[in-house]
Ligand binder design. Structure first.
Ligand code: URA
Length: 446
């Protein structure tokens, strides 16, 4: 294999064979291909794309660079959900115990927040004592015994992606649909799933803001999943505004626990139930959608989902009392109400601006090595489209200092004023459902 010839072929619009991709990634994973050559190849892929065969070969080669989550034959259907990320998106925290309470095995391997979006691992670690780091055999044991594990990508899982993602991050090659697909799907396939539900975000705060790009990303990931024998379905959901009421690590845990207690409402509950229904339908082909929704609601109403979360917390070293007493979570010293300056309909607030505001409060990262403050964040009271009166509380800022709260309040006011002037109509909460064979507008699904 002569790497410069492969780079030239891809640069000129040619195709690499499956064997060439496999050899290249195997040598990259062992440091025999240097970063500068891989960066050039990633840029060639960025501009030229990959054929479906190349994409399958690249994903498989990345998967083979590491270990898989062990799986013993038989047992419950293994189903996961992956979101392309956003602000206030805490559905993983609710879905993992909820689906496990319904008999589905959920290996929820998640990431940390980076950029303006939050990360499930940071949220879980807001629970005192909770650990998301564990070796693969322990994760597999917990999954087999409890039915759910919520953990971080270990060193053994897809090491080629660790290196390639870090390289793409500094070489302008992140926003490539085939490279994103290979990166995400190699990690999901390493969980040895029977099925996967993708929550692909659309709108200004999404990784792929435009509907057509989000659709292409969803279809590309579905193609790779199905080709690898993992049934894959996607919902395209709105990220032109944050999801739910809370944004910030401990605040999002609190909102998730409230949902598991049966106190969930609005857009968060709706998206969670619909993603959960997709997971149940993939695990159980004889179930209808209304039956799936009823099963999920029943698991919440009976307390089974909350008990499952208590067990997850206990297994992973956290303080399980948090499910009964939210005061166990860290709290910020400064809590400040933000009042509406005038009356009107609440506009969709831009997730990127709010994500930046949370980073400025200390609740997110600018670089991977930053520490996050679990206690800080925002609560957004009215939903997009809801009428508010001047003087009403529209948000609550949770900050470490008065100065931080001042800065957050003025950023929030600027974001609200701009959104108010833009008069953008909120996107439908769920835009469409995509499978290997069809794309259906959501209003025709229900
Ligand atoms: N998340 C990933 O894991 N990989 C990407 O390439 C983009 C988002």
């Amino acid at each position: 294999m002569v790497v410069p010839r492969l780079i030239e072929r891809k640069r000129d619009g040619g195709v690499l064979t499956g064997d060439e991709w496999r050899e290249l990634i195997a040598h990259y994973a062992t440091d025999d291909v240097p970063d500068y050559q891989m960066a050039a190849l990633a840029m060639a892929v960025f501009f030229r794309g990959l054929s479906p065969e190349e994409l399958g070969a690249l994903t498989g080669a990345m998967l083979d660079s590491g270990s898989r989550l062990p799986r013993t034959p038989g047992g419950a259907m293994r189903v996961d959900k992956h979101s392309t990320g956003g602000v206030g998106d805490k559905t993983s925290l609710i879905l993992a115990p909820l689906l496990a309470a319904c008999g589905v095995a959920v290996p929820m391997m998640s990431g940390r927040g980076l950029g303006h979006t939050g990360g499930t691992l940071d949220k879980l670690e807001a629970i005192p004592g909770f650990t998301t780091r564990m070796p693969l055999d322990r994760a597999a044991h917990q999954l087999d015994t409890l039915g759910v594990v919520m953990f971080g990508q270990t060193e053994e899982i897809v090491p080629a992606d660790r290196r390639l993602y870090a390289l793409r991050d500094v070489t302008g090659t992140v926003e490539s649909i085939p490279l994103i697909t290979a990166s995400i799907m190699s990690k999901k396939l390493a969980e040895q799933l029977d099925a996967l539900v993708l929550d692909v975000k659309v709108g200004s705060g999404a990784f792929m803001p435009a509907l057509e790009d989000a659709r292409t990303l969803a279809r590309t990931m579905i193609g790779v999943g199905e080709q690898a024998g993992c049934r894959t379905v996607a919902l395209l959901t709105a990220m032109d505004r944050p999801l739910g009421r809370a944004a910030g690590n401990a605040l999002e845990v609190a909102e998730s626990i409230q949902a598991l207690r049966g106190e969930g409402t609005g857009d968060l509950l709706e998206v969670t139930l619909e993603l959960g229904a997709e997971m149940l339908l993939l695990a159980n082909e004889t179930m209808t959608r209304p039956q799936a929704i009823t099963t999920l609601k029943q698991a919440i109403r009976s307390g089974a989902a909350l008990e499952k979360f208590r067990e997850v917390i206990r297994w992973q070293g956290g303080d399980p009392a948090v499910v009964d007493d939210l005061a166990v979570l860290p709290t910020a010293p400064v809590i400040r109400d933000v009042l509406a300056g005038h009356s009107g309909r609440m506009p969709p607030l831009p997730p990127r601006a709010l994500g930046e505001l949370i980073i400025a409060l200390g609740g997110g990262r600018r670089v991977a090595a930053d520490n996050v403050d679990p206690a800080v964040g925002l609560e957004l009271i009215p939903r997009a489209g809801q009428r508010v009166e001047g003087g009403e509380v529209i948000a609550i800022v949770h900050a470490r200092t008065d100065a931080d709260a001042d800065a957050a309040e003025s950023s929030l006011r600027r974001a609200i004023d701009t959104a108010w002037q833009d008069r953008a109509e909120p996107l439908p909460l769920i835009v469409e459902r995509i499978t290997a064979s069809e794309t259906t507008p959501w209003n025709e699904v229900r």
